[in-house]
Design a protein. Structure first.
Length: 229
């Protein structure tokens, strides 16, 4: 899969039309594809990229291994599909078309907007962070990781420009520095480290992220986050 076809898959959601009666052939095919992506997400998240086999994914999805290869062609393309499914969710909606993104755009101030941005990212991280955490250090999975990080950087730059229209950056901070701080605080690896490895809850992470983003990027005071026990 080349970059242009991957980008198309990310930005163009496909929704099944509701139908009565038995599912159509297309609906059955979409359901099978979804099962394979969900199985791949579980296997890659549990075993990492190198130790996950296409045979194991097929067994988890309840399909023949030939079906996986026919649909995704390679293990790398299967990983990319699992990434996209985890990020976009069961009803594939790109972040910039999601409700939380639109709410941030229309928010009256930067603090309210940051609340929507953090909440929306947590929804994504709860699905995608275990996968990213498991595969990010694997050299064979590196091209997929870097491609998706590139998409995340692009989206973060757009969101930062929306937020900057509501409040100036902290004195002395450049746009690039603001973007990089936002990428780090609102990152799947940061979320995974704090929640999977150190035992924070999603709510504790969200409270800290809102406060840290407001203070470090915009110099605004928000209520201090509660400390994890």
């Amino acid at each position: 899969m080349n970059d242009s076809s991957r980008m198309k898959a990310v930005v163009e959601p496909v929704k099944d039309e509701p139908r009565g009666g038995a599912p159509t052939r297309k609906e059955r095919a979409l359901a099978t594809r979804r099962r394979m992506m969900e199985a791949a997400n579980r296997e890659f998240s549990r075993r990492g990229y190198a130790r996950t086999t296409v045979d194991a994914v097929a067994a988890q999805a309840g399909v023949a291994v030939q079906t996986v290869y026919f649909t995704f062609h390679t293990k790398a393309e299967l990983l990319q599909a699992a990434y996209e499914h985890a990020v976009l969710g069961p009803e594939p909606v790109p972040p910039h078309l999601s409700g939380w993104w639109r709410a941030a755009e229309s928010a009256p101030d930067v603090t309210t907007a940051l609340g929507h941005v953090v909440a929306g990212n947590i929804e994504v991280f709860e699905r995608a962070a275990p996968l990213v955490w498991a595969v990010h250090g694997d050299e064979d999975a590196r091209p997929t990781y870097e491609f998706n990080e590139g998409l995340r950087r692009d989206g973060t730059e757009v969101m930062l420009s929306i937020l900057v229209a509501k409040h100036d950056l902290r004195s002395g901070l450049t746009n690039r520095q603001g973007r990089d701080i936002m990428l780090t605080i609102l990152g799947p690896l940061t979320f995974a480290m704090l929640t999977q490895e150190l035992g924070w809850t999603s709510e504790e992470y969200g409270s800290w992220a809102r406060h840290a983003l407001g203070h470090e990027i915009f110099g605004v005071a928000d209520e201090a986050p509660s400390s994890p026990d």
